[in-house]
Design a protein around this ligand. Sequence first.
Ligand code: ATP
Ligand code: MG
Length: 394
Amino acid sequence: MQTDVIVKTHELALKGRNRPWFMRHLVDNLRQATRGTGVTKVWQGQLLVGLTLADESDWPLVSERVRDCFGVAKFFKAYKLPQDLDKVKEVLPSLLADRSFESFRITAHRADKRFPTTSEEINRDLGRFVEELTGSRVDLTHPDLTIYLDVLPRDILVYFQEVKGHGGLPVGVSGLVTTMLSGGIDSPVAAWQMMKRGCNAHFVHFHSYPLVDMSSIEKAGELVQHLTRHQFRSTLSLVPLGEIQKQIIVATPPSYRVILYRRFMMRITESLARLSGSKAIITGESCGQVASQTLENIAVIDHVAGMPVLRPLVAFNKEEIVNVARSIGTFPISIQPDQDCCTLFVPKHPETHADLATVEKLEGLLPVDDLVQQALQGTQVKKFTSPETAGQPA
Ligand code: ATP
Ligand code: MG
């Protein structure tokens, strides 16, 4: 019997002229996500995408991959039968053979209104059939088993369990963004939120190697690899910040170091973002979380950014961010100890209300453009693919 994974999207997102665009990305993404699994065909129906399985045993792996695709509201493993209720009755005994249930309900949905039997009639007819077949009773409110039946223009889908997806928009529909990725908890969550809104994310990580060890670089790589499951290919730019930090330390007062580091990071990120064609920069900052994240400091940092800087976590508190980090699987990577560049040579009490004129005066003591160019020249790029074993290198 043909087994398909059926993917449904949020109908609201499918309104109007965006629909073909949205569906094309979703189909492409599902195709990429299921490379190397037993999917033999990806097909598009009305408001749904189907993935035909070579064998039912492919379901666990395919289901894991489909769950990672943004834009998927829900999905299920379905048996595809001809549009004929007698055929359904023929195969139901084998489909139900391994299931034990005392109560059940039939939930029929007639997407093809030309089909002569109404959903209500299907529910009653098949309900009686299953009652006689199994001796179980109908329970419409708390059934042990729900038997779903979707009548499509050419086929009938029978399935038993729906799996919830992340929802959101397929990666790619909203364009490219560049994410400033530390090894911490927040920035991977920020990247994930933007990917869920249909953005493809590039990643930039600043490090102070060899002034510190490679741990933050390794963590950033692990985080990018983890997040790549949602977009299949990623690029991570590893930018050396050590030289800039040394010059800042020699020339400026300690309380301004964090703000100066951040303005340099922003300038460099903007250059890399432009090179990649990104439309915005993403950070994991949230208002008031640490000294550098006051509204005044954010304003002084953004002053050097020539493109929108989006902070999807701006109104989240730490507990909320940690909850998301746990649910998306980045938390265990983020909490591994590392030597982060931003903790290097910073005072206990950094400036919380930086003043733009003072910051600009301090930067006047530094060869800003040369330092930015030097850091860009020292930048190394790493590429990631997911699934790791299948497909071409990025
Ligand atoms: P995170 O958990 O992402 O480290 P945080 O709460 O520790 O965030 P900060 O260390 O102040 O906050 O960093 C704020 C934001 O600045 C980060 O979310 C990230 O977007 C960016 N950032 C900080 N350090 C780096 C870095 N080494 N490389 C790239 N971006 C960074
Ligand atoms: Mg941090």
